[in-house]
Design a protein around this ligand. Structure first.
Ligand code: PMP
Length: 301
């Protein structure tokens, strides 16, 4: 699914067959989850393949590296240019792009790495959480304590929390988990941010215990441009009883409606909610159909 015998990946300065891109079992990253990554999408637009918000994603990759002391030798511009080349070499326009910065050196010490490795892989990927409205359940797992780890960085090891939370919710028959922060406020999903609607306004968790999603920021901008008030504030799962609708956002998931959170259901058809409207605005934006906002795309180098 991620690669075939024809797939090309970028690895440490070279374009190589994806099948040959490998990492040894003594790598520090494998033992300690000490790596950072990004999830980016490219869309087929009237101007060809355009990577949505490449600059923001690669700036976040740099921020993530800095947060955990992983060196990153490539600039935002170089990473963007390489990403376009990987897309091109794989004849892909609508694709998911996965950059990974890791420490392949055999090293069992708990010291920051002095060198790093860079993989940029691409593949075709449908909406990560599908197209159906999601039945969420509040997870017994909290988001990691932001005083224990740099939670705003996209660190591989953080995703153990996401894997166990998501699997636990699915094991109980739900589509996805909704995680609370250490104080009992709603934070986000395992791989997407969460919004709810009340009286024509939007609410989402503030920075602190969440990954500040680039899609989240885009949706906040689109909502405010449409004159909708957006509150970034703490709320408990109980407050969702006063909500009329909810949705999740993420690069891989895009914008996806929520049918219910445990026993609280949202009955308005998604298309008639603010989230539904923003989902179509988002689609028009990323596929380059909203000419006035075309500046959001990083220019192809
Ligand atoms: N939260 C988490 C935990 C995520 O993994 C993601 C996906 N990167 C998001 C939120 C959404 O972020 P973005 O919109 O930047 O993809």
């Amino acid at each position: 699914m991620y690669f075939t015998s024809n797939t090309v990946a970028f690895l440490d300065g070279e374009f190589v067959p994806a099948e040959q891109a490998a990492c040894g079992v003594y790598a520090q990253s494998l033992h300690y989850g000490y790596a950072v990554f990004e999830g980016i999408r490219s869309y087929n637009t009237p101007n060809g393949a355009q990577i949505f918000k490449a600059e923001e994603h690669y700036e976040r990759l740099h921020y993530s590296c800095k947060s955990v002391g992983l060196p990153l030798e490539y600039s935002v511009e170089e990473l963007t240019r390489i990403s376009y080349e990987v897309l091109d070499r794989n004849n892909l326009t609508d694709a998911y792009i996965r950059p990974l910065v890791y420490a392949a050196t055999p090293n069992m010490s708990l010291k920051v790495a002095t060198t790093s490795n860079v993989l940029i892989a691409v593949w075709e990927w449908g909406k990560y959480l599908g197209d159906q409205l999601l039945r969420l359940s509040v997870s017994p797992y909290q988001r990691p304590n932001p005083k224990a780890v740099p939670i705003e960085a996209k660190v591989s090891g953080h995703y153990v929390n996401s894997i166990i939370a998501s699997s636990e919710a699915k094991g109980r028959g739900y589509d996805e988990a909704l995680l609370l922060d250490m104080n009992g406020y709603v934070a986000e999903g395992p791989g997407a941010n969460f919004f709810f609607e009340r009286n024509g306004e939007l609410f989402t968790a503030p920075a602190g215990s969440i990954l500040r999603g680039i899609t989240r920021n885009t949706i906040i901008d689109l909502a405010r441009e449409a004159g909708i008030t957006v509150h970034e504030q703490f709320f408990t799962p109980d407050e969702l009883r006063t909500a009329s609708a909810a949705f999740m956002t993420g690069t891989a998931a895009e914008v996806i409606g929520v049918a219910s959170v445990d026993d609280v259901t949202f009955d308005t058809p998604f298309q008639q909610t603010i989230g539904g409207m923003l989902a179509s605005h988002y689609h028009a934006l990323v596929t380059g159909q909203t000419a006035t906002r075309a500046a959001s795309f990083a220019k192809q180098q």
